[in-house]
Design a protein around this ligand. Structure first.
Ligand SMILES: Nc1ncnc2c1ncn2[C@@H]1O[C@H](COP(=O)(O)OP(=O)(O)OP(=O)(O)O)[C@@H](O)[C@H]1O
Length: 331
């Protein structure tokens, strides 16, 4: 691949800072750290102090006493909590720098393709306050396309949908650049919330975020069209406030998952409508590649095929495509 940098010191590390997960990648060893993008702070004194980050902080989610708060640096793919972002980046860097031969040097950080100037600056500020030296921001869908093994440099269009926790990015790439793109700030986290809302409204039971995510993963494995498959979930009954266990057919969630997928399908439709005819022809011939953790939702690919007739494939280890692409960019 063509060298991306003119820096005298080549970047040794790359960060994929996602809404749900942060990954740190080195050129030689690939993914060195893969943990949830969360931090837990103690706000009982000023200034607040970091209690835990990453996997340890995730265990505290929905379980903190008063004064402790689990914070997510990103919401819908965008940095929203600078304190948490600095803490998370510092934590992740310290976990890997010094553990190996790596030196703290220039760094690559992935960012959504449609990030505004303000969003880019916020991420650079967090990196600077987190003790990073020089940072270069790189487009996540481009990294995902490289990581998925798409022939991005060729005069041939590749359509890719990067399906994350907070965003879904639809791009058509040709000759090493993005020809058409459409981003929706909807991802796997929105489906967790939709599942939780559905159980609340239709069954009068409140469930936690972790339960909603587990239900989603079960539905992802079974699909929602088999009335015989069941999901059970523990929650708190509205009104009585008592703990309860609900057992529901997977098909109960079919309208929920379809409604969640609708803006994504609309984005695909828009992107196809804006794609010039020659590139469109390539997309028809070579199909669509899904990357990101939410690429595994089986109805997503099926709905895209129903809409467009295009063949859809889920990239191998879809959740690690951005990380694999960043690794290649480091070489
Ligand atoms: N097997 C699966 N089926 C469905 N969803 C899954 C599966 N595995 C992971 N996910 C979901 O994928 C999302 C995480 O994907 P990923 O790590 O690509 O996101 P991210 O990079 O953190 O987010 P973003 O790029 O939007 O900021 C989460 O919502 C997670 O629940």
């Amino acid at each position: 691949m063509k060298r991306l940098f003119s820096w005298s010191a080549r970047p040794q590390l790359a960060f994929d800072v996602g809404t749900a997960n942060i990954r740190v990648i080195s050129a030689a060893d690939g993914v060195l750290l893969d943990e949830p993008s969360v931090c837990c702070f103690d706000h009982r004194a000023t200034p607040s102090t970091l209690i835990a980050a990453g996997a340890e902080a995730q265990l505290m989610l929905d379980r903190t006493p008063q004064g402790l708060k689990v914070q997510r640096p990103l919401y819908r793919g965008v940095l929203q909590d600078l304190e948490a972002a600095c803490a998370l980046l510092t934590y992740a860097r310290r976990q890997v720098v010094g553990r190996s031969r790596l030196r703290a040097g220039p760094t690559l950080i992935g960012i959504p393709a449609d990030a505004t100037e303000v969003e880019r600056r916020a991420l650079l500020t967090a990196a600077e306050e987190g003790g990073f030296g020089r940072v270069r921001l790189v487009s996540e869908p481009m990294a995902a396309a490289i990581g998925a093994g798409l022939p991005i440099a060729e005069a041939r269009a590749s359509m890719l949908i990067e399906c994350g926790a907070g965003t879904t990015e639809v791009v058509v790439i040709s000759l090493g650049g993005v020809a058409v793109r459409k981003t929706v700030r909807v991802g796997g986290d929105a489906l967790d919330r939709a599942i939780s809302d559905h159980v609340h409204m239709e069954h009068r039971v409140t469930i936690g975020a972790q339960t909603a995510r587990r239900v989603k993963l079960e539905l992802s494995a079974t699909g929602t069209d088999d009335a015989a498959s069941l999901v059970s979930l523990k929650g708190r009954r509205l009104g009585s406030g008592l703990p309860t266990v609900l057992t529901l057919p997977s098909s109960d969630f079919d309208p929920v998952v379809r409604k969640h997928a609708r803006p994504i399908i609309e984005a695909v439709k828009d992107c196809l409508a804006q794609t010039p005819p020659e590139l469109s022809h390539d997309v028809c011939e070579f199909g669509v590649t899904l990357t990101g953790g939410s690429a595994y939702l089986p109805w997503l690919g099926a709905m895209i095929t129903d809409l467009s007739g295009l063949e859809v494939r889920v990239a191998e280890h879809a959740e690690h495509c951005v990380a694999r692409g960043l690794q290649q960019m480091l070489h």
